[in-house]
Design a protein around this ligand. Sequence first.
Ligand code: FES
Length: 106
Amino acid sequence: MINFTIEDHQGNRQEVEAPADMGLSLMEILKAYEYPVLATCGGMALCATCHVEILEGKDRLGEATNVELDQLEALPEYFPTSRLACQIRIGDILDGAVIKLRGEDN
Ligand code: FES
């Protein structure tokens, strides 16, 4: 299991725990914890509603793919720290990260 911190739209932080070896995406973990992530496309990097910012630990995650970057660049607002949660695999690289929700929540 790994632990990382989620910051919601109101700025509240919670530490969450996730299995590092099941091939789950960060988006799936956010939904499991009942965060308001629409994930309309089901994790295909097509909707960008799973937009998050990696406040701490981004360097360990590596670069976003071009498909992911195309979606991020189409958003009205995105940041150098922006990623799509569905494109991030849960693994040891995420241990200790701090992730802020950015996607639409309704
Ligand atoms: S769930 Fe649609 S882009 Fe991530």
